[in-house]
Design a protein around this ligand. Structure first.
Ligand code: SF4
Ligand code: SF4
Length: 71
């Protein structure tokens, strides 16, 4: 049986542009409350409802910032 898809955000590569949040049909990406070392506010996966659709991945302009894991 396939596992549940989830999202990994590389906090140090994210620039907090929120484009991924805007396209996620499940609204399961949120903006964090801490700054990364480049003073951006990275997003994070809320921990549920990701379908693995990949829209966030394709919307993200920062290479490597988002990984959709489909176990
Ligand atoms: S893969 Fe789809 S459902 Fe999952 S976080 Fe990204 S946009 Fe949302
Ligand atoms: S689209 Fe990419 S850079 Fe922008 S907030 Fe989402 S993960 Fe961060």
């Amino acid at each position: 049986m396939a596992g549940v898809p989830y999202l990994e955000v590389a906090s140090e590569l994210c620039k907090g542009c929120e484009l991924c949040m805007g396209v996620c049909p499940k609204q399961c990406i949120a903006i964090g409350d801490k700054l990364n070392s480049a003073s951006y506010r990275p997003v994070y996966y809320t921990g549920e409802n990701c379908t693995g659709c990949g829209l966030c991945f394709y919307a993200c302009p920062e290479p490597g910032a988002i990984r959709v894991v489909k176990p």
